[in-house]
Design a protein around this ligand. Structure first.
Ligand code: 5RP
Length: 236
């Protein structure tokens, strides 16, 4: 039976399921992207009904949306360890390893996720994959010598056994995409990433890389919505 016929309806359903895990008084991390925005809007309705939460946002875009809905936003430094973060993802594998950063917010998303006791990933079923890599891996890099850094990223992807290693500058040279932190995003089309841990370690050792979109060991569980309903992946 089809309950959620569109990807957007599935995103909203996953977000609604995650909202059930939010309790009064919690500190929350708010993710970035269209799925996370569904969660923020649903949370805003609960806040207007009286739910008390204190939140940190993973992007300026999410902060603006939350504030427009009267959700209290604080600096992460003011909240310390968060009770829960709810965020979207570009790909989710069976181990709950993720590719994130399609919206360009991966650095703040990773900082907020790492500062959270639990991280719930919400997504439509197109994001669930057996092996990461079909979605180009976003890598946040400093503008200085970015072409050199992009070459190092391509070499790392090849050495880590990825099926391919085509690296492009998001937005192109004329109008590069600039993150909230003032950095560029290099998207590495890996085709298939057979060993995400090895690639993550290699990328982390390259000067010029601020962070990368492989999120390994950060997600506690995922709510994945398909046409028939929402399923839970992993342990809370
Ligand atoms: C932003 C992200 C998003 O969570 C990811 O791109 C998924 O976005 P959407 O929910 O719009 O499909 O990592 O940096």
């Amino acid at each position: 039976m089809t309950i959620y016929p569109t990807a957007d309806a599935r995103k909203a359903a996953a977000a609604a399921r995650a909202l059930q895990d939010v309790a009064d008084g919690m500190t929350l991390g708010l993710g970035t992207g269209s799925t996370a925005a569904h969660f923020v809007r649903a949370l805003g309705s609960r806040v207007r009904e009286g739910l008390k939460v204190r939140c940190a946002a993973t992007s300026e875009e999410t902060a603006a949306l939350a504030l427009s809905l009267d959700i209290p936003i604080f600096e992460l430094d003011a909240l310390g360890t968060l009770d829960l973060t709810v965020d979207g993802a570009d790909e989710i594998d069976p181990d709950l390893s993720l590719i994130k950063g399609g919206g360009g917010a991966l650095l703040r998303e990773k900082i907020v996720a790492a500062a959270s006791r639990a991280v719930i990933i919400i997504a439509d079923d197109k994001k669930a994959v057996e092996t990461l890599g079909a979605f180009p891996l976003p890598v946040e890099i400093v503008p200085f010598a970015h072409r050199t850094t992009m070459q190092r990223i391509a070499e790392a992807a090849a050495m880590a056994g990825c099926a391919q290693n085509l690296v492009t500058l998001r937005g192109g040279d004329a109008h590069p995409f600039v993150t909230d932190g003032g950095h560029y995003i290099a998207d590495c089309d890996c085709g298939r990433i057979p060993d995400p841990e090895t690639l993550a370690a290699m990328l982390a050792s390259i000067p010029g890389i601020v962070d990368h979109g492989l999120f390994i060991g950060l997600a506690s569980k995922a709510y994945i919505a398909g046409e028939g309903g929402v399923t839970e992946q992993g342990q809370g």
